[in-house]
Design a protein around this ligand. Structure first.
Ligand code: GRF
Length: 235
């Protein structure tokens, strides 16, 4: 079976990249994609180290502060990338790249959208805003990427409870646990649609409403959460 060639773009530690690589390894031959490139705007990003350990090619993406690196579109073209996964990538992807990869670029955001998204809303800023708003639910949102920050069609949202006494750190850790379970599954599931999307056959794909999952229960262990998630995603 020919698998989809995916690139992961990441600016940070790469725990979502790692969760994806682990999930793909668990799926084995049933996986829909291979990660053929991990690229970053930061030479020190832990994600690059994780990629090297996994034997995956790495590259630096050209930015204003690093003009000598390779432009993103050239990286994606030279690695024959068909599917782009944003896993904590802090740069706005240029519109001509999002247009080229329309329907084939996916992101995870650590909060509900659109309320807790947009420019400057990343990482701890999201959790701080959630706590300041006094809401009792947050949770990761997986969405397609267009030229506007955190704006593309939402594919899934997993509500995560905000508990009394939460600070930014413990809330971030709870949401990240949910991300690590949800994002790899969504990346692989969406990856199954990429060959059809490459054939411009989008008539059978409905993204009109995101999949809303039952409330994340932090008391459960990861294996139980994963089993419930798998049931919800396939059911
Ligand atoms: C995650 O919180 C993700 O939601 C956001 O960036 C963070 C990346 O963390 N888009 P990591 O680098 O995957 O550990």
């Amino acid at each position: 079976m020919t698998r989809v060639r995916a690139a992961v773009l990441a600016s940070g530690g790469g725990s979502n990249l790692q969760a994806l690589l682990d999930h793909l390894a668990t799926l084995g031959d049933a996986r829909a994609l291979d990660v053929v490139l991990v690229a970053s705007d930061r030479a020190q990003a832990g994600a690059l180290e994780r990629a090297r350990s996994a034997g995956i090619r790495t590259a630096l993406v050209q930015t204003r502060s690093c003009p000598q690196a390779t432009a993103l579109e050239h990286l994606l073209e030279s690695h024959e990338v068909q599917y782009v996964v944003l896993a904590g990538y802090l740069q706005l992807v240029p519109a001509w790249v999002t247009q080229q990869f329309a329907w084939r670029m996916i992101n995870v955001h650590p909060g509900p959208l659109p309320r807790f998204g947009g420019p400057g809303m990343y990482g701890r800023h999201v959790h701080r805003a959630v706590l300041a708003a006094g809401v009792d639910r947050t949770g990761p949102t997986v969405h397609l990427v267009d030229e506007i920050y955190d704006h593309g069609a939402q594919l899934a949202h997993w509500p995560v409870p905000v508990l009394s006494g939460d600070d930014e750190q413990c809330l971030a850790a709870r949401v990240l646990r949910a991300e690590h379970l949800l994002f790899p599954r969504m990346v692989n599931d969406w990856g199954e649609a990429i060959p059809r999307l490459l054939d411009r056959d989008i008539t059978t794909i409905d993204v009109s409403s995101p999949l809303t999952l039952p409330l994340f229960d932090p008391e459960l262990d990861d294996a139980t959460l994963a089993a419930r998630l798998d049931a919800a995603l396939t059911g």
